[in-house]
Design a protein around this ligand. Sequence first.
Ligand code: ADP
Ligand code: MG
Length: 708
Amino acid sequence: MRIIDYTNASVEDIYGSLSFNDKTMREWLPKSIYKEVKAVQFGEQELTLEVAEVVASAMKDWATQKGATHYTHWFQPLTGLTAEKHDSFISPVGDGTVIMEFSGKELIQGEPDASSFPSGGLRATFEARGYTAWDTTSPAFLKEQGGDLTLCIPTAFVSYTTEALDKKVPVLRSGEALSKQAMRILKVMGNTTTKRIVTTAGPEQEYFLIDKDYYDERPDLQLTGRTVFGKLPAKGQELDDHYFGAIKEKVAGFMKELNFELWKLGISAKTQHNEVAPHQYEIAPIYAATSVAVDSNQLVMETMKKVATRHGLAALLHEKPFAGVNGSGKHNNWSIGTDDGQNLLEPGDDPRSNARFLLFLAATIKAVDTYAPILRASASNAGNDHRLGANEAPPAIISIFLGDQLTEIVEAIAAGKPVPGRSGEKMEIGVTTLPKLPMDMTDRNRTSPFAFTGNKFEFRMVASSQSIAGPNVVLNTTVAEVLSVFADRLEKASDVNAEIQAICKETFNECKKVIFNGNGYSEEWVAEAEKRGLPNITATVYALPEYIKPDSVAIFEKHKVLSKKELESRVSVYMEKYSMQINIEASMMVEIANKMIFPAGNEYAADLAAGINGLKSAGAKTVPTAQLEVLEDVVNALNCLKDESDKLKDVLEAVNAIEDETEQAVAFKERVFTQMAVLRECGDDLEPIIGRDYWPLPTYEDMLFRMG
Ligand code: ADP
Ligand code: MG
């Protein structure tokens, strides 16, 4: 049942029809209140209960008129998913009738009984209740579920003592930190008009689509998001035209509806086929202020799953659903903008905007170089361990791609030499203009984890299933830190231009090692990066502790983004999450090995043996060697499967008994995860040697090359 009738609706009618966005607010709020809400959004004033009352009432009218009966404070606990607790607008009056009510207080604050969400010890004491607080920076929206519409209010989730319990709070705090420091720079450079700085994010999301029927027959995909057994067919990744046509039809239907659903929420995106792996796709949204982009990306992921089911498909967001096939990531496009429409990472046409560009470029390069380990940590999860630093590309080394032309400029500035492309002139920042940088110089290198793409940076390590909150928090905080150091110097300088020149020269010299324009997927690069002294952190369990090293704690605390305690709680939650994930995967493997693969192999072996005996008793003169050989191979693989799954079970038991959280997570990585690879090989060896009809699971060939 559709609550709102979209028959004959134009895209304009559909777009944002379920979003209490700026346009809706203009329509539904008195002008004076609208202005106040904007001022609150911009951090210029505090929200008063009076304003909240009016907004709540308008929101309720707007929502109920569309058919909503419930509202919820929508928040993002550290699980990486979203959570909601529904409350009804309906309020009995006493005479047997009801009215629809929603107060300002209910809009501003909620107290979900969310004690089961991980807090990493922050809520151990009884008074540490959790509260949700309205995040005015991101629009409320209506969510359709089972024919019902619910008003969802984006909120931040904090403890009684205002410690962050979610992914959103640090996003907001780090945005403020960056704005504050960047404003200092603009001011000292003579800007008197800009009021605020906003970071922007546009996450390009990769995912797989497979037939839902196959998905339903793979308990590993359902429980862990990835296949724990399965062998890639020998024929490789080329698609047959017939299948490709059929896939296109079904997928086109999915994409059409996905776009439609996202438009309703006011999220505009481009869906496209990704040529890299079969059945892999990508969706690129229009970028937005980071807090909005964080919310939108969660909605994109949720909507994708929901819409896929309606089309008989399953959307896989895991970083590595299929071994041996390219995995999925999320490219987090990131930039810094001003409230008056300037992009601070865009090279300008005049000397002054060039100087600004070079300074913000220098700040970003230095932040990435200095804090590479925490940036790496922000992109880590159990799934991404199959990509970053595993045997396949991409590597876990953070480097920056600037493109040849910008690199030459940066190198010339560093060396105090004439800038290429200019007739022998030395670059005097703030006086000379930059040679024009063509926009297309940027996107040629797809192998760089951190690439400058014309007017933004693209952080490509982010995990496909992960919230983009963490990576953006680290980017905002580390760049804010470098900007604050620059601002300290500039505010004291007698000649600002000369000081900018000096800062850029120094920074570009210091950070040379992190700039790399070559093939980031090559083996030579790994060796070269080691020579350059760049960190290569190969797994989640080694990356996470970087968050709580003194240098990291110092900047998070200095910019009031996260306290030491909050950082520790996060690391604890993520470590535990990692352990839980590997525990589930390993248990799933043991189960599939023993309950599905072993019986299948055994049945095949028994049939083979019966066939051999049959031939013998029928009086066959020669021993049937072919059958005997196959039988022997099958029996060997079965023995391997049994032995290695027993070993995995034992290791699992031992590791589960470890008390210390970090020690346990490391053991899951070093002992359990490695044994899983051994067991997998036994199962994958068996698959091609037993009869197709015996194999108990949909194969890679089914899932990746067929669509019903
Ligand atoms: P394409 O790769 O299709 O040419 P772009 O490179 O312009 O498109 O954009 C790729 C992604 O980067 C999109 O999701 C887009 O929204 C995002 N993006 C573009 N500009 C910015 C910006 N200033 N800040 C953050 N993200 C941006
Ligand atoms: Mg791009």
